[in-house]
Structure formats: C-alpha cells, structure tokens
Design a protein around this ligand. Structure first.
Ligand code: ATP
Length: 441
C-alpha cells in the first residue's frame, strides 16, 4: 500500500468557503476491480455522515485515446458544502479503497474551495483539453497550485490529471446527461451478475428514448450490465434524472446495496474536434471532418471494414468500422465512390475509427460498360484506349457510360449500435444534429 502525499495550499479565505469541489481519479485496476464511481459514491456518503450535504456527483469521461486508462477514462467530482480541509481529510482517507496493489493505479485527489462554476478559466480549459487532448502530471500539479487547490496522491499521482479535469468540468461543458449506477454486495464483486434480462428489456422499452443505450436490441445485449469485475451491477443512462432512476428501480436482480445518480458528459460528443481536413488530425484524438469516398469499402480479415476518404485539403485517410461495430459495417459497405460524408472518430495508427458518419451527398450514378443500343447486350472492349464494340451488331461506344445506381443509404447520420458505443459518443436519438438521423437501438 502506498502512503498518500498531501500538498496543502489553502488560503484563509478559501477555508471559510462554503462550497467545495473534490476531484478524484485513478482508483481502479483492470484485473483487481474497483471503480472510481464507487469511490465517489461512497465518499459522498462519508461527507454526509460528517455533516455535509452533497449537491451532485459528476462523472466526466476524458480523452478515450489515453493509454493509461483502465477502461472508460472516467474522472469524478463531488460538489459539497463541507469545508475544504475536512473534505480533503475525508477524500484522502477514502482513497484507501483504491486498488494501489496494482502498480498502474496512481490515485489523485484535488480539492477546490469555491463553487464549481467559479473555477478559473484555465481550470475549465484544462478540463476541455483533458477530453480532447493530453496533459502531463506536472501541468496538473502546477495549475492546481496556482489555483490555490490542495492535492493528495499515491504512486506517481497521475490521477491528479483526471481529478483536476473533473474539478474544471462543470464550468467547461454545458451539455449534461445522467447515469444512475446500482452497485453490488461486496462479496459478489468479481462473480457473474444475476440480472433479469426480461426486466431490463421491458424497462428499456418503456423509457426509450429518454433513457438510451440501456440495451442493444439488434444484438439482444443488455449493455447496461458491465462484464468487468467492478462493483457496478448496472448503469442506466439518459436525459432525465427521474427516468434513469425509475428504470434502475424496475430492474429485477441480485441485491443492490446502493444507487447513485451522476451528472455526466457521457453521450455528448465532447471529445470530437471539428477540423477542415485530414491534414489537421493527429493520433490519439477524435475528430469530425468532411471527406469524399475515393475507393470502394473493403472487408478485411477479422471482418473489419475499411473505406478510403479524401478531404478538401487533398489529404487521404482510411476510415474503419471494426468487427465489434456489428451492423454498422453494412452502412460502410454501402458507401460508393463519390459519396460526400462527415465522419467522426478517433485517429489511431493512421486510421479514423468510425463512431458515426453523415451522408451529405450520395453518388447517384456510376460508370459502367455500355450496352449495345441494338441487341441490349453488354459491349466488349475494342482494345486499349479504343472504347467498346458489340461484336454481333458492330455498334461502338467511346468509353464507359454513367448509369443510375440504387442506393441503400439516405442522406443523414448513421452510428455504431449501442453495444459498440463509446461512453462519450452522442447517440443520434438525443437529437440536435445538423441532418436527418438514423438512430440505432
Ligand atoms: P474506469 O473507467 O474504470 O474508472 P479509467 O479508464 O477511468 O478507469 P483510470 O484508472 O482513471 O482509468 O486511468 C486513467 C489515467 O489517465 C488517470 O491517471 C488520469 O489522470 C489520466 N488521464 C486522463 N485523461 C488524461 C489526459 N487527457 N492526458 C493525460 N492523462 C490523462
């Protein structure tokens, strides 16, 4: 077990403050379990036991491309009225829950006196960049110090990056959704989850589309039930706090020891940066960019589908729909040379991993070998550069001709199904897109 280093910087004014934001990150381990949402939910209970009130818990998904993440790159904040000194004491003690026996778990806490909307612009900017870009530990530690925040950490304290981002998130973003998380009895952690599928699908149907990504109907997959060894039994996501709570409450399952509601940036596309062309993208970040299909989609080993695009700056890039995106791959296979698209996804290894795309313009004709105007049969080549000729009728044509094509796609947005959704990606059913939508459910 690590000991926790604490850096104290609180000013006298801050100590009198009646609002405190506590940021937390990096408490879980891929093999050993735990979950930072659980640490935040139980910390909120301790803050209440100590006489404080908890205004909200915030679950922020940071850059999904970060290699240090355990799974979904979550960071957490708790907004409370407990004084910052006491809040820090409780948060630091509570980090005992962190799975620090895993050397890749490097917890961090940041305690900010004052309201979450009053954080300095630089801290809000840090949060925005943490979702779309990369930070060093030193940047986080320096900015926390400049802002008069206290921090605590164990290991190398990388968790202070996510913790500071969680502190800045409330000011940084304005699109928020909700998740109600239900947690398991401790002695059940790591065992198979006992959740009644019928009740999940029935509750999901009743609450759709206010609650979304509860199940994947196409795959028959109850996606709200994780498969990892963490304390979560299921998590219900949506646009309304009452609805996600009521869906959670109507699921039949093994016993639930606690439920906690989180305000989150999940389902908001906060990670996407709009850019003018593939010349402006870089690895480990996610983009929204316009391009034209320049080669037919091809399915490669493993069932992954690739399609080459060119953006207006003349740069080309492969866009990919990997096998886990299931039926979305048929949408990509249906693309044709000349289609104009807007594509969204993370760039990695020179490929843009598609999360969604919009068809802006469909190619409605394609070049084909001409048919003979007399007999109607397909003409043959008359030799290199000599056009086409009908051997039976003697008719000829100069070259290929444009013929209309039937299309299986319509203009508008297409997306991966719920089973392949990234936490931060915005489901089409949430609306407010700039073209018609074809939501998956
Ligand atoms: P879970 O989803 O199960 O809670 P996780 O996927 O959130 O786990 P963490 O264990 O929190 O993963 O590890 C992510 C680490 O990466 C944290 O230490 C966090 O501070 C750091 N981190 C997050 N975003 C960035 C970023 N943009 N730049 C650099 N480091 C980051």
């Amino acid at each position: 077990m690590y000991s926790f280093a604490v850096e104290t910087r609180l000013t006298a004014t801050a100590l009198r403050s009646r609002v405190t934001v506590i940021g937390l990150d990096d408490t879980d381990s891929r093999e050993r379990g735990m979950c930072t949402t659980y640490v935040a939910a139980t910390l909120a209970e301790r803050l209440r036991d100590a006489g404080g009130t908890v205004e909200r818990r915030v679950l922020v998904r940071l850059n999904p491309g970060v290699e240090h993440k355990t799974r979904g790159n979550a960071a957490l904040a708790v907004h409370t009225d407990l004084d910052p000194t006491r809040a820090l004491e409780l948060a630091r003690d509570h980090l005992d829950l962190a799975e620090t026996a895993d050397p890749r778990t490097n917890p961090g806490v940041v305690v900010a006196p004052g309201g979450p909307e009053d954080v300095p612009a630089a801290v809000a900017g840090f949060a925005r960049a943490a979702v779309r870009d990369y930070h060093d530990i030193d940047d986080a530690v320096g900015l926390a110090a400049e802002s008069g925040y206290e921090t605590a950490h164990a290991g190398n304290g990388r968790g202070r990056i996510g913790a500071l981002a969680a502190v800045g998130a409330w000011r940084a973003f304005d699109d928020w959704t909700y998740e109600c998380l239900s947690y398991r009895e401790r002695d059940r952690w790591g065992t198979e989850r006992d959740v009644d599928r019928e009740s999940v699908f029935a509750a999901a149907d009743r609450a759709y589309p206010t609650a979304w990504d509860t199940v994947d109907r196409g795959e028959g997959d109850p996606v709200c039930v994780p498969r990892t060894p963490c304390p979560v039994l299921y998590g219900i996501r949506g646009d309304d706090p009452g609805t996600v709570r009521s869906v959670a409450g109507s699921i039949e399952s093994e016993s639930v020891v606690r439920c906690a509601l989180f305000v989150t940036n999940q389902g908001t596309d906060a990670h996407l940066r709009p850019v003018d062309g593939f010349g402006a993208v870089s690895a480990g970040r996610a983009f929204r960019v316009d391009g034209e299909v320049v080669a037919p989609a091809e399915t490669r080993e493993g069932g992954h589908v690739f399609c080459e695009l060119r953006s207006d700056d003349g740069e080309q890039m492969m866009a990919a729909a990997f096998e886990p995106t299931k039926r979305f791959r048929d949408r990509v296979r249906a693309l044709r040379v000349g289609d104009r698209l807007t594509v969204c996804g993370e760039v990695s290894g020179g490929t843009l991993k598609l999360e969604k795309f919009a068809v802006r313009e469909l190619a409605t004709a394609e070049l084909a070998t001409p048919d003979c105007p007399d007999c109607g049969r397909s003409m043959g080549s008359a030799g290199a550069g000599q056009g086409y000729r009908c051997r039976d009728c003697g008719t000829s044509a100069d070259g290929k001709v444009a013929v209309p094509v039937e299309r299986d796609l319509e203009p508008g947005w297409y997306e991966v199904p719920p089973c392949a959704r990234r936490h931060v990606a915005k489901p089409l059913v949430r609306g407010d897109f700039d073209a018609p939508t074809h939501p998956e459910r």
